[in-house]
Design a protein around this ligand. Structure first.
Ligand SMILES: Cc1cc2nc3c(=O)[nH]c(=O)nc-3n(C[C@H](O)[C@H](O)[C@H](O)COP(=O)(O)O)c2cc1C
Length: 348
């Protein structure tokens, strides 16, 4: 570890021990508030710089290839602070058109021995209008030092699947101009029926409507914002091929693989049987396989962001070898803090 990086790393280790004494969601909320406040007053820029090469992807320049995956900053309250922790890009959301509470608490569980989390949050978020207000302020402050913002969009729980496209289109209309790219999330296991939208029959119809709107918005605003699809790790080989076919047919810009898994590739342990999606280290092999198969089906040209269980430089580079253009992390950032971002970014 470089000398200048030791102080933030030590501070994080101490803060982490204190935060892990709180229940997972409370510690998550408190951390996000602190990071958000530090970012807004510019304190986060005391963090050491990440030394790394920029990466070109989807005709944009990412200052480094390590992104924060969706779900940590659901309401875009801490974008600047998170960006200052060294991420090349931060994906906010999942945001839905209307605010919603999500599932009953407790709904996040730590599995520290496995370096994993199980969550069944259920898209708790303050809705697209609140996100618009926050992102407008972030854009005005212009404090991101070249870091890019992805906006991950979803549907409200009480919107039937037949009308899902209305929710995705509403979020696109509201947030298009504030995002550097948009992600269509069809893969959360915690919104009943959502993953059914990944099926061959429905996917192509939905994606072509979103693509049509993207092109219209690009024409109207004069700015092209890439559109990506985020998929589950629980797809079989045929389903991965079907997704890739739909991506080719509709000409959307990329895929993010993967979300959390409904499977439990872990030994019996406390919380292992909680319902929800499993993330972190035990997800890695499943996500890696999905990224590898997806790359074969997509061909070389389409952007593919690898996410799921990346916990060190070696797992990040395996994702790269499997065909990932860039990567995202979530669970390992919770367990290890910002030093991990810097390590992976400088090894890429
Ligand atoms: C508590 C929690 C909440 C999440 N919420 C979302 C979400 O709202 N939208 C989304 O696309 N993914 C969400 N995810 C999935 C992550 O973005 C990521 O795909 C997954 O955790 C795998 O990465 P990891 O193993 O590095 O954590 C969430 C994950 C966790 C742990």
């Amino acid at each position: 570890m470089r000398k200048g990086n030791r102080i933030p790393h030590l501070l994080y280790s101490v803060a982490r021990q204190a935060l892990f004494l709180l229940p997972a969601e409370q510690s998550h909320q408190l951390s996000l508030e602190l990071i958000g406040a530090a970012g807004r007053v510019g304190l986060a820029h005391l963090m050491p710089n990440t030394h790394c090469r920029p990466v070109g992807c989807m005709n944009m320049e990412f200052r480094n290839p390590v992104g924060l995956a969706a779900g940590l900053d659901k309401n875009a309250t801490a974008v600047e602070g998170l960006m200052a922790m060294g991420f090349g890009f931060v994906e906010v959301g999942t945001v839905t058109p209307r605010p919603q509470e999500g599932n009953a608490k407790p709904r996040i569980f730590r599995l520290p021995k496995q370096q994993a989390l199980i969550n069944r949050m259920g898209f708790n978020n303050q809705g697209m209008l609140a996100m618009r207000t926050r992102l407008e302020k972030v854009r005005k402050r212009d404090n991101l030092a070249g870091g890019l913002i992805g906006v991950n969009i979803g549907k409200n729980k009480d919107t039937p699947n037949e009308n899902a496209e209305d929710d995705y289109l509403a979020c696109m209309d509201e947030l298009y101009d504030l995002a550097d790219y948009l992600t269509v999330n069809l893969s959360s296991p915690n919104t009943p029926g959502l993953r059914d939208l990944q099926s061959k029959a429905r996917l192509q119809t939905l994606l072509s409507k979103l693509r049509e709107r993207q092109l219209k918005l690009a024409q109207g605003t004069g700015c092209y914002r890439p559109l990506l699809l985020k998929v589950a790790p629980d797809l079989d080989a045929q389903e991965i091929q079907d997704v890739a076919d739909a991506v080719h047919a509709t000409e959307i810009d990329g895929v993010i693989a993967t979300n959390t898994t409904l499977t439990r590739p872990i030994p019996e342990c406390h919380h292992a049987s909680e319902s929800g999606g499993l993330s972190g280290k035990p997800l890695f092999e499943l996500s890696l396989k999905c990224v590898g198969q997806m790359r074969l089906c997509l061909g070389d040209e389409i952007a593919l962001i690898g996410v799921g269980g990346i916990s060190d430089t070696s797992s990040a580079l395996k994702m790269q070898d499997a065909g990932a253009s860039m990567i995202q992390i979530y669970s390992a950032f919770i367990y290890q803090g910002p030093e991990l971002v810097r390590r992976i970014a400088s090894a890429w």
